[in-house]
Design a binder for this molecule. Structure first.
Ligand code: GLA
Length: 370
């Protein structure tokens, strides 16, 4: 090729790359998977704006609610598989790595799960049987199609002790190991995860490390820890994020960031909890950005996302997946947590589905890594 045609080719390539802006999944190809939690109108392809973003940007999906116990198994004798079937079919259509969320959790599980037909607490054996049957039915139905499961969600308190849930109170400590065993039996090839929030705080992280060590010592098949990543502008610090990833990677498991978002609104209560029951009342100053996010806050969010992704990219050998909890800002649970009815801006796409400065800063961390 002559120097002139090389120059023309260069110009052509530059214009092609200009015409097709980078996508998250392409930018992080070979680094880690990038995903989003999706809602029912998205996996039923009724949200054209959201669906366009999902298909273009992500290569893994999580179900925001469709596979939680109360949704998929609302009555003792009745499963509601239809939404989950659509979710899995959507994932297959777009060749996604499909996540199941979640099998055993204290929240969004109906009260009957823990009671006999008289309303009295179940015995240990009866609750284990119920857990087994649920896992067998749900994991078994999507065997070979759902690639990874959040088996146990949020079993720990902030101080690292086991949460006194009905699972723990009725079955005892081994409910966690049993849940993993049942899931493994139902689909021996599926990846199995323990998922929780605030593991970047030392006490809770220490509890989780002990828990994983115990499971590994019993040869329980656990593939990865899920760090939910419901982050704030100044928590966790980059150093906390890094040491958390290191602590779990050192146990010989992978690390996934499973529910990433960054809350930009003022907190009304101290602490970093993403406990879904920790709601509080609003006050005059608690919803400051109803008319839009000011540029300074927008730029600060972009820097914050770059800070987090620089850590994730640095630990790419340990991380297999980063999943955002929602697609656009309008979809986010953080518009209603911990205070209902606020206008939050925690994700990479705005309410019109346009990429925000934070999107560009996240992509730039991938470019620097390559
Ligand atoms: C927790 C759960 C998720 C979701 C979020 C908030 O992190 O794991 O399923 O409910 O809370 O929406």
């Amino acid at each position: 090729m002559s120097p002139k045609s090389i120059a023309i080719l260069g110009l052509l390539m530059a214009s092609v790359s200009h015409a097709q802006p980078a996508t998250l999944k392409d930018a992080f190809q070979g680094i880690f998977r990038i995903g989003a939690a999706i809602n029912q109108s998205q996996f039923e392809e009724k949200d054209a704006r959201g669906d366009t973003i999902i298909a273009a940007q992500f290569n893994t999906i999580s179900p925001e609610n469709a596979l939680k116990w109360e949704s998929i198994h609302p009555r003792l004798d009745g499963y509601n598989f239809d939404p989950a079937d659509h979710y899995v079919a959507f994932g297959e259509k777009y060749k996604m790595f499909i996540i199941g969320h979640c099998l055993v959790w204290h929240s969004q599980a109906p009260r009957w799960v823990f009671q006999d037909d008289q309303g009295s607490p179940l015995t240990r054996d009866a609750l284990l049987q119920r857990m087994h049957d649920h896992i067998q039915a749900v994991v078994g139905r999507y065997k070979g199609r759902i690639a990874g499961w959040d088996v146990v969600n949020e079993a720990l308190n902030e101080d690292g002790t086991l949460r006194k849930s009905l699972w723990l109170n009725i079955i005892g400590e081994d409910y966690i190991a049993k849940a993993f065993q049942f899931a493994h039996e139902a689909d021996p090839k599926a990846e199995l995860y323990y998922n929780d929030y605030s593991l970047e705080n030392e006490a809770k992280r220490t509890g989780a490390v002990e828990l994983i060590k115990k499971l590994k010592a019993q040869s329980i098949p656990i593939t990865a820890i899920g760090l939910q990543g419901h982050d704030q502008m100044n928590w966790p610090t980059a150093a906390q994020q890094a040491s958390t990833i290191e602590a779990f990677a050192a146990l010989g498991i992978k690390v996934n960031i499973t529910e990433l978002d960054v809350d930009v609104l003022p907190r009304t209560a101290p602490g970093t909890s993403a406990d879904v029951s920790a709601t509080s009342a609003g006050s005059a100053g608690s919803n400051p950005y109803t008319a839009g996010l000011p540029d300074a806050a927008q730029q600060a969010l972009a820097r914050r996302y770059a800070e987090l992704f620089n850590v994730f990219v640095k630990y790419r050998a340990s991380i297999t997946r980063i999943t955002f909890w929602g697609v656009t800002d309008g979809d986010s649970w953080l518009n209603n947590f911990p205070i209902r009815g606020r206008t939050n801006y925690p994700l990479l796409f705005d309410r019109e589905g346009k990429p925000k400065p934070a999107f560009t800063s996240v992509i730039s961390t991938a470019k620097e890594a390559k």
